[in-house]
Every structure is written in structure tokens, then in C-alpha cells.
Design a protein around this ligand. Structure first.
Ligand code: UDP
Length: 409
């Protein structure tokens, strides 16, 4: 039986609004998992780095789910790569606070490479069992990065190898991510396990397109949607160039871009996109909406006709699941976990590579063929049913139980 788990999410807090900066799918994932586990009676403490002086040490999010802020490094946002300097300080303080808990955690579950490193420090020192989720991997991000995007730091890649070697279990979101770890990191298959994330169906479910558009103040023309952080890796440039090819062919077509800049080159990327929209004279048809509150996104998915996911790397792609759960067909790049998340030809269309002409062709098919759009919409809802947080929690509890049994032997 699992009674208590500790999550480490050093570089970003589940309390942040996702969609810009360091906050994205991982924040949603950690928050949903923590809530769902606490609802099953498990004590969950999520440790994150304090970025401001005015946050409490402990924030009670819901019954049995707490976010604990740990001082490690400056009390302000720090570039993710520079946080490596403060990992040991972070682990020291987590160890101290774990020592004050009524009982020791059964498992420490770390998220992202920096927290994986902190978890390994705790494991070496205290012998605590460690499960680790990378969410993204340096070597895999580097495979298809745009040529002007800087490579991932070698320290990250070296640390990932160490975490893969030392964690009791490395959790992947899809079989594709597991295959990447075997192929690019030489991981031990015996310590890999796969558990896909879920989607909150009370929020993301089908609804009337007309009503959603009315609530959002949108008109009745065809709409293409992008949702996610803005950085070269996400391929918003591909979405925009694909849109430019469709703008003349599909009268009244508009593109909504939801999300804000993320990473060291996020702001310059957003600037580039805004300039390109001006250059193409598409200012009245491409709208940069900024970030939208997570739950409010459901109406944007319902209001759109197609979601574009042109990522150059994507270990899972929560937005693709959320959109499908709302009945929105997805046109995605065939990369990383997206082929496991989108059922090609049934719930959406997958495109090889990042040539905007190829993405435009697939997007046009959904936007102009009413029968195809209807079939994909129904297929999207059906396919999304396999992703559920309660099922994810079941799988994690089984997995934690396995680690505890193995480490305890
Ligand atoms: N998101 C949001 N508001 C926004 C933009 C994004 O709540 O304005 C959420 C979105 O609903 C999804 C997450 O951010 O849950 C992005 O996750 P995804 O796996 O698609 O991408 P990642 O951020 O992990 O690269």
C-alpha cells in the first residue's frame, strides 16, 4: 500500500499558469497526478524551488496535496540551465523537510532532469526509492531542433544518463519515449515503464461550436488553432507558413495562436512570428491571444475546426489529447509521442516532417472536406477516451508498489 509520495518539480511549480515561461504540460501533469492521488487518500507533497520571497513555505492545494517551496538559489526566476548550481541545496532542504514528516515517503517521484538529479542525491543519501519522469530528453530535443536553436547543454545529457542508470524506475509517457531511451541512452529495459497521462473529461468534452464561438465573441468563419508555449521547438513558424498557404484558398480562414513565449529564445521567436504576420499582411487573420486559463481552453477547442501541432519534438502532447476530447481533429507532426496520441486517419492526420506545404495540405483536407472533418471529430472523441487520470493513477500506484517491493527486498 502506498501512503505517502514526494514529487520533485524543482524548476517549475504546479501552481503556475501553464502556457508560457517554464510552465506547460509538465505542470498540468504534476498537478493532475497530485490531485488524483490525494483524492485516493495518499499524502502528496510537491517540492519546487522558491522563485519569489513572498510565497509561503507550504501551500495546501487540496486535502492531502501540498506544494512546498524550497529556497535554493536566488529568489527570482533563473534560466533553467543555470539551476544546476542549486540542485544539491534543493535536495538538502527537501531531505530536511522529509525528516519532519509524520512518516517517510514510500517513493520520491521526480520530474525533469534537474529534479531527477536531486532525487538521485536523496536516494544515495537516504536510500529512498526513486521513480523518474523526464517529460523531455536532451538528446531527443536535439534530433530535430531548428538550426538556429541552441543545442541542449552537455551537463543535461550527462545527468540524464546518470538518472537513467540510478533511478529505480524511469516512467515514459509513450512506447516511443521508451524506445528513444533504449536507442539513444542505452537504458536498461527492465527499469523502464510506460504510463500515458490523462485528460480532465469534466473540463474537456465536446460541446456546441456555435455556443463556444458566441461565448468567445468569434464569428462563424473557418478557424485553425495552435495552443502551446511559443519557442522554435514547437514549430509555430511551420503553422504560420502553412496558414499563409491556405489563407487565399480558404476564404475567411483565421488562425488563433494561444500561449506565450518560453525558454531563452521564446520572446525573439514571438517577435519573429509577429513580424512575419505583418510581412504577409495577415494581421487581421492571425491573432496572438496570449495565454488562456487552462479550463477556459475547452471553449477554444470547441470553437475551432482543426488543431495544428507542428512540434519538432514532443514527448506526449497534452494539447492534442485535450483537443480530441473536445471533438477537435488534430493535424500533427509525426514525431515523438504524437503518433501514439493521434490515431492517423481516425482522430486526426499525421504529417511527415516540417514542410509547411505538407502541413497545409493536411489542414486543408480537414478544413474543406466536411465528411472527413465529421468522421475525424467522432474518432477524436472515441480515441481520447483511452487517456484518463484515474487510469494513470492506477498504473502509478501499481508501479510504485513494484518499486517498493523490489527496493525493500
Ligand atoms: N496551456 C494552457 N494555457 C495556454 C497554453 C497552454 O493551459 O495558454 C496548457 C495546455 O492546456 C496543456 C499544456 O499547457 O495542458 C501544454 O502541454 P503540452 O504537453 O501540449 O506541451 P508542453 O508544454 O508539455 O511542451
Amino acid at each position: 500500500m502506498i501512503h505517502r509520495v514526494v514529487f520533485l518539480s524543482m524548476h517549475t511549480s504546479p501552481l503556475l499558469t501553464p502556457g508560457e515561461g517554464t510552465a506547460g504540460g509538465m505542470n498540468v501533469y504534476v498537478d493532475e497526478l497530485a490531485r488524483a492521488m490525494a483524492a485516493r487518500g495518499i499524502e502528496v507533497d510537491v517540492f519546487t524551488r522558491r522563485e519569489r520571497p513572498d510565497v509561503a513555505d507550504v501551500v495546501e492545494v487540496s486535502s492531502r496535496y501540498r506544494v512546498q517551496h524550497v529556497t535554493a538559489g536566488p529568489l527570482r526566476g533563473v534560466d533553467t540551465a543555470d539551476l544546476a548550481l542549486f540542485v544539491t541545496e534543493f535536495a538538502d532542504e527537501v531531505a530536511r523537510r522529509m525528516g519532519q514528516m509524520a512518516s517517510p515517503p514510500d517513493v520520491v517521484h521526480s520530474h525533469y532532469w534537474l529534479s531527477g538529479w536531486a532525487a538521485i542525491v536523496l536516494k544515495r543519501r537516504l536510500g529512498v526509492p526513486v521513480a523518474h519522469s523526464f517529460h523531455t530528453l536532451g538528446r531527443i530535443k536535439d534530433l530535430n531542433r531548428r538550426s538556429d536553436d541552441p543545442p541542449e547543454p552537455l551537463l543535461r545529457i550527462a545527468t540524464e544518463h546518470e538518472v537513467i542508470d540510478e533511478a529505480d524506475c524511469v516512467v515514459t509517457s509513450t512506447p516511443a519515449e521508451a524506445a528513444d531511451m533504449l536507442e539513444h541512452y542505452g537504458a536498461d529495459p527492465g527499469r523502464l515503464c510506460t504510463s500515458p497521462p490523462g485528460v480532465d473529461r469534466t473540463v474537456f468534452h465536446p460541446g456546441s461550436k456555435m455556443a463556444a464561438r458566441w461565448r468567445l465573441g468569434l464569428d462563424g468563419g473557418p478557424r485553425m488553432l495552435y495552443v502551446g508555449r511559443i519557442q522554435p521547438l514547437k514549430g509555430v513558424d511551420v503553422a504560420l507558413e502553412a496558414f499563409a498557404r491556405l489563407a487565399d484558398r480558404i476564404p475567411g480562414l483565421e488562425l488563433d495562436v494561444i500561449g506565450g513565449p518560453s525558454g531563452s529564445n521564446g520572446s525573439s521567436e514571438l517577435g519573429r512570428l509577429v513580424d512575419r504576420v505583418r510581412e504577409l499582411s495577415l494581421d487581421t487573420r492571425v491573432r496572438f491571444r496570449g495565454t488562456v486559463a487552462h479550463r477556459a481552453l475547452a471553449d477554444w477547442y470547441r470553437a475551432a475546426d482543426v488543431l495544428t501541432v507542428p512540434s519538432r519534438s514532443e514527448s506526449f502532447g497534452l494539447v492534442a489529447v485535450e483537443a480530441q476530447a473536445c471533438g477537435l481533429p488534430v493535424v500533427a507532426a509525426r514525431v515523438g509521442g504524437l503518433p501514439d496520441v493521434v490515431q492517423d486517419g481516425r482522430s486526426g492526420l499525421l504529417v511527415d516532417g516540417w514542410d509547411p506545404a505538407d502541413h497545409a495540405q493536411a489542414l486543408a483536407a480537414v478544413l474543406t472536406d466536411g465528411r472527413l472533418a465529421e468522421d475525424l471529430s467522432a474518432g477524436a472523441v472515441a480515441w481520447s477516451e483511452r487517456f484518463s487520470w484515474p487510469a494513470t493513477v492506477d498504473r502509478f500506484l501499481e508501479l510504485y508498489g513494484g518499486i517498493v517491493a523490489r527496493v525493500g527486498l
